[in-house]
Design a protein around this ligand. Structure first.
Ligand code: ATP
Ligand code: MG
Length: 301
């Protein structure tokens, strides 16, 4: 497990960590696509803080999952959360989308301050997520699974829906159009009618991303979207994440164990260790942070 946690980090000849990864092709889009990407980069840099987590503490009985964690997320950025197994990364995402309620701290989302977020409020405000363990209906087709991502957007009443009448009919057509757009975007046309349970793991992860995107989120929380993937699948997933971020301006909070990927695609990184924050900043700053190096390479360093 420890090895998995520090995937992509090795000790180099000089004893310093080498932050390698599977994502070699990914650092290139800014140069490859020229001015357009540069403009996006500027927008991303200039984004305002839309989520501000202040002094969050969360425990389960005697287990302190998070202790006094503060960090913020800016609009349009890719914000990574890294740290070893059990560091509190998934718990943090659960606090952001209201599944876990912290005992202490405040969550300010788009200017609204709360002691805790509620899952329905999070969904209504455009926060969508994928899970560390795939949460899809395995017996249902790809198309139907993605359609469930539209749930929070259904407006017409149950009766109208049941009767397939007037506004409900128009609404459903609209939902189907959106779902087809997502299917095209993620290049999964060929499997749209396939039951999810029959797909290889990497594609299931992509379908989960599709379900989240179907909600047209302004903020996407991704919990280890590349775990268990081979190099090629990781590269595809990285490309999709970057495309979502660039094309739709979606703010992304990403938990990922592959340090090469994290260093390549994120704007800022927050580092957790045993429920505490030990680093926060640009990938370069985090890489040079002695506490982070110590956590990654062991106490002997
Ligand atoms: N629902 C829960 N009930 C009890 N303890 C929990 C619960 N959720 C998380 N924890 C505990 O909180 C701590 C942080 O767990 P969390 O899943 O957030 O870590 P993580 O950084 O996501 O780890 P991993 O890399 O293994 O996914 C762990 O000690 C875990 O056992
Ligand atoms: Mg986790």
């Amino acid at each position: 497990m420890t090895q998995m946690a520090w995937q992509g980090v090795e000790r180099g000849g000089d004893g310093q960590p080498v932050w390698s990864g599977a994502s070699g092709v990914l650092a290139a889009p800014a140069q490859a696509q020229g001015g357009d990407q540069a403009a996006h980069a500027q927008v991303r840099q200039a984004g305002e803080v839309i989520l501000d987590l202040q002094h969050i503490s969360l425990s389960f009985g005697g287990v302190k999952a998070l202790t006094d964690i503060s960090f913020d997320v800016r609009e349009h950025e890719i914000r990574a959360i890294i740290g070893p197994n059990g560091a509190g990364k998934s718990s943090m995402l659960n606090v952001i989308n209201g599944v876990y309620h912290p005992q202490q701290g405040r969550i300010v989302f788009r200017g609204e301050e709360r002691r805790r977020m509620h899952p329905t409020a999070a969904a209504r405000q455009g926060i969508a997520r994928t899970f560390q363990n795939i949460a899809l209906f395995k017996g249902m087709t790809v198309l139907d699974n993605i359609m469930t991502g539209r749930n929070t957007r259904f407006r017409s009443g149950l009766l109208a829906n049941a009767l397939w009448w007037g506004p409900a009919r128009n609404e459903e057509m609209q939902h189907r159009r959106k779902v087809e757009e997502v299917i095209d975007f993620l290049e999964i046309q060929a499997i749209r009618k396939t039951p999810v349970g029959r797909l290889p793991y990497g594609l299931q992860k992509r379908v989960e991303l599709a379900r989240a995107l179907a909600a047209e989120p302004s903020m996407l929380l991704l919990d280890e979207p590349m775990a268990g993937m081979n190099v090629e699948e990781k590269q595809d997933m990285c490309r999709f994440i970057l495309d979502v971020n660039h094309q739709f301006g979606t703010t992304i909070v990403l938990i990922e164990h592959d340090m090469g990927v994290v260093m390549d695609i994120s704007d800022r990184v927050v580092v957790l260790d045993y429920g505490k924050k030990i680093g926060d900043g640009t990938p370069e700053a985090v890489k040079a942070n002695p506490d982070v190096i110590r956590a990654y390479l062991g106490a002997s360093h």
